[in-house]
Design a protein around this ligand. Structure first.
Ligand SMILES: Nc1nc2c(c(=O)[nH]1)N[C@H]1C(S)=C(S)[C@@H](COP(=O)(O)OP(=O)(O)OC[C@H]3O[C@@H](n4cnc5c(N)ncnc54)[C@H](O)[C@@H]3O)O[C@H]1N2
Ligand code: MOO
Length: 415
């Protein structure tokens, strides 16, 4: 980080980070269920009307509207799946069909009444109610979607509702954007892996596992690539082997310390720095840039800071790169439950618990960036602007929940 301690404006950093990437163009075909969580690479067009034939919404009787209130003979029973002569229009005067939910409705009837609303129902006869609306309980061919409509658009992340639509169209292979490749690394000689023994003088590497699992939660696959050594020459060699990845994400070693070699090692590998240092707490030392085609995101080592930076800065960039149309943070409105102070002159990112319409700041906003449990106790971030020094009790705030869906336009996220 520059010794002059000039920190980039928060919004400028967000925009610069998003400008670093454009959507991947590589696609692949995947089977229907494997498309879950992936980004669809072309508009999905309706190929089969929804519904594809007029059908009944109820178990009951199908009749001509003018026969409402009359006692009619039951011509036959029509079941879901019946076709051809079983659904032909052949009613005579004084007749109706008994019909089951989902069954095809013959063309000579226009209204359906549920069985429990009828009187004197026998095997052969039924008395229809007088009060019924024409067209009731009749689901018309194509009323939901017609052939040629766009069902959903390129760039949407496929969830269970998309899978429902795809299956309804008989689509079994889906063209999605190929997963971008992401390497996750840590730095620091003090680190031990969770499966190793760590003495009192050492700490476990939790950042890499935190990042990889967050990425998985957000639909990405990341490769753990180890710990960058705390010396420039080895760091440089280590980083030179990462150039085939679309994205490299590191934590630690980017502040002012004598062992903070990460930025220099990337620079010596051709990094074009977009920014290094942002006027935000936590997360001030964050660095982003491009090393050839590889997008580099170097996050501070403090675990809480690294994860906050992932949510705020990294995930939107990765979503854009992965081909998503929506990559801007959304906020939800909540009532602040407990007053807390923030520092003026910088953007503050505050952890809290957002539930039942309320936001409650974590640990009175007195936790440290090195803490791990504060994140566990929270499910949302509140971002202040530079002028804010206090968020009052009962004040309406806008918060970013960790599992918020992203938007296709930038909105004001500040409080
Ligand atoms: N003189 C200054 N010192 C610091 C500044 C500053 O502006 N001037 N900024 C502070 C801020 S803010 C932060 S955040 C940290 C970030 O420093 P680094 O990115 O260089 O991170 P490290 O020093 O390597 O580590 C910080 C902290 O996190 C622990 N750590 C690192 N990696 C892991 C990991 N994989 N798993 C668990 N814990 C990890 C590490 O042991 C340190 O305790 O710098 C301040 N200093
Ligand atoms: O980013 Mo540091 O405090 O911002 O922990």
């Amino acid at each position: 980080m520059s010794n002059k301690l000039t920190y980039l404006d928060f919004n400028e950093a967000v925009n610069k980070s998003l400008e670093l990437v454009t959507s991947t163009t590589l696609t692949q075909m995947v089977p229907l269920l494997e498309s879950l969580g992936k980004v669809v690479a072309q508009d999905i067009i309706c190929q089969k009307n929804l519904p594809s034939f007029n059908n009944s919404a109820m178990d009951g009787f199908a009749f001509k509207y003018e026969d409402a209130g009359k006692t009619l003979n039951i011509k036959r029973v029509i079941y879901a799946g019946d076709k051809d002569e079983k659904v032909q229009a052949d009613l005579k005067e004084g007749e109706c069909y008994k019909i089951m939910t989902g069954a095809q409705v013959p063309s000579d009837v226009d209204t359906i009444v549920p069985i429990e609303n009828c009187k004197d129902v026998t095997k052969d006869l039924v008395t229809l109610p007088t009060q019924i609306k024409k067209g009731s309980n009749l689901r018309l061919k194509g009323e939901e979607q017609t052939k040629g409509n766009i069902l959903f658009k390129k760039g949407e992340v496929i969830d269970s509702s998309h899978i429902t639509l795809l299956a309804s169209q008989g689509i079994v292979m889906v063209e999605v954007f190929k997963d971008i490749s992401i390497a996750v690394l840590s730095t620091g000689d003090e680190l031990k892996e969770p499966w190793q023994t760590s003495s009192e003088d050492e700490i476990y590497n939790c950042n890499s596992y935190a990042l990889i699992s967050l990425l998985k939660e957000k639909g990405f696959t990341a490769t753990y690539s180890g710990v960058i050594p705390d010396n420039l020459q080895s760091s440089k060699e280590f980083i030179s082997n990462l150039k085939s990845y679309d994205v490299v994400i590191t934590t630690g070693g980017i502040s002012m310390g004598d062992a903070d070699f990460v930025a220099q090692a990337f620079l010596e590998n051709g990094l074009q720095t977009a920014f290094h240092g942002v006027n935000v707490k936590p997360g001030r030392p964050i660095m982003m840039g491009k090393m050839g085609k590889t997008t580099v995101m170097s996050l501070p080592g403090n675990p809480l800071t690294a994860m906050v930076n992932m949510h705020l800065f990294a995930i939107p960039v990765l979503k854009k790169l992965q081909g998503c149309q929506n990559f801007y943070h959304d906020i939800i409105k909540a009532t602040n439950k407990k007053e807390f102070k923030t520092k003026q002159g910088r953007v503050n990112v505050v952890l809290g618990l957002c539930e039942n319409g309320g936001f409650k700041v974590t640990r009175d906003n007195k936790y440290g960036s090195g803490m791990i449990t504060a994140l566990y106790e929270s499910n949302a971030l509140l971002v202040t602007n530079k002028q804010t020094d206090c968020i009052k009790c009962n004040q309406e705030v806008g918060v970013i929940k960790f599992n918020n869906k992203l938007l296709n336009k930038q909105i004001d996220i500040f409080n």
